[in-house]
Design a protein around this ligand. Structure first.
Ligand SMILES: C[S@@+](CC[C@H](N)C(=O)[O-])C[C@H]1O[C@@H](n2cnc3c(N)ncnc32)[C@H](O)[C@@H]1O
Length: 320
């Protein structure tokens, strides 16, 4: 993909051809499920940004204020002039705080949502005209080529927004190991991780009064209809999110409001009343749980920043 000035685009248009395959496989399981990465078409990315400013959705505010409050220490940890690679960069809002402080030699935002990446790249080019931005459209769950700079700076992977919480334990481990290989010896990672807390706060954050999270969840069905020729009657499904304490995660589902049949391409699926499609997990960690996972992934926890209320944490990890 081409670019302008110091901004260039790499990677291939997403979703790849296995969108249909993933949907058919997921809807064929006893507990129907759809991979959360498909939330993020242009509309999904817009809705996610709207979620970030909801009064109930504390993670974005908590992580931004944590980052601002500790930015000098975070900058010392990451190292000025590093190469900053961000996975699931979305609107690149939090990264702008880091870019200001770190003046990285290059910033590589990676996201599955091309529209979010393009909007973010335009903003970055305007705010940081000196910055080399190499945007990559791709799925971080698969091997992908990251543009190499070959400079002397340390490689630092940034993974904010508790996106790691959307991964299963196995996926999170695979992701940590992949990034460990990528940053190499001496490399580092900054990960934003949402913490275990009062389930009522968690419940409110994923069941906002304005129904934006519901629209975000239901948008997945609109997307299946639009891109795969599905015939979901979206009004016959409801957003359903709850905290599963034994699993330590918020689960988002789309629950069928009645007995119905749905077609996707040549495939036909039946739904009983109340039967759900599991669309997303948002795993919550204690500091110790996440540090243990990071260690298995090949990283040592060097720094942890958290807010006074214990809502959110930012982990500074170094390659073990
Ligand atoms: C929870 S949002 C976080 C956005 C932003 N980093 C923040 O902190 O607000 C997840 C982001 O990751 C992207 N994403 C989700 N799954 C992905 C995947 N498998 N590969 C690449 N990007 C993905 C989404 O498009 C979205 O921008």
């Amino acid at each position: 993909m081409a670019g302008t000035g110091l901004v260039s685009f790499h990677g291939s248009a997403v979703p790849p051809d296995n969108f249909l395959e993933d949907v058919v496989a997921g809807l064929s399981l006893p507990q129907k499920q759809l991979p959360p990465k498909y939330f993020y078409d242009a509309r999904g990315s817009e809705l996610f940004e709207a979620i970030c400013s909801l009064p109930e959705y504390y993670p974005t505010r908590a992580e931004i204020s944590l980052t601002r409050q500790h930015i000098a220490e975070i900058a010392r940890f990451a190292g000025a002039g590093c190469e900053l690679i961000e996975y699931g960069s979305g609107a690149s809002t939090k990264s702008q705080i880091l870019i200001d402080a770190l003046a990285p030699v290059a910033y590589v935002p990676v996201d599955i949502s091309e529209s979010a990446l393009r909007a973010a790249a335009a903003q970055l080019a305007a705010r940081f005209p000196w910055l080399n931005v190499r945007a990559v459209v791709g799925d971080f769950g698969r091997p992908m080529a990251i543009p190499a700079f070959g400079g002397p700076g340390r490689k630092v992977v940034y993974f904010p927004g508790s996106t790691i919480g959307n991964l299963t334990r196995e996926e999170a481990l695979a992701f940590l190991r992949m990034t460990r290989g990528q940053v190499g010896p001496g490399g580092a990672m900054l990960v934003g991780v949402d913490l275990k807390k009062d389930p009522n706060l968690l419940h409110a954050a994923y069941n906002d009064a304005q129904g934006v999270t519901a629209r975000f969840n239901l948008n997945l069905l609109h997307r299946v209809n639009a891109e795969l020729g599905g015939d979901f009657v979206v009004a016959k499904f409801a957003h359903y999110a709850f905290y599963n304490a034994p699993m330590g995660r918020i689960e988002m589902h789309l629950a069928s409001l009645e007995r119905q049949m749905v077609n996707v391409g040549r495939h036909r699926f039946s739904f009983a009343p109340g039967e759900s499609i599991h669309t997303e997990n948002s795993c919550k960690y204690s500091i110790e749980e996440f540090q243990a996972l990071a260690a298995l992934g090949g990283f040592c926890g060097e720094k942890v920043w958290q807010d006074a209320e214990g809502l959110f944490s930012l982990h500074g990890l170094v390659a073990a």
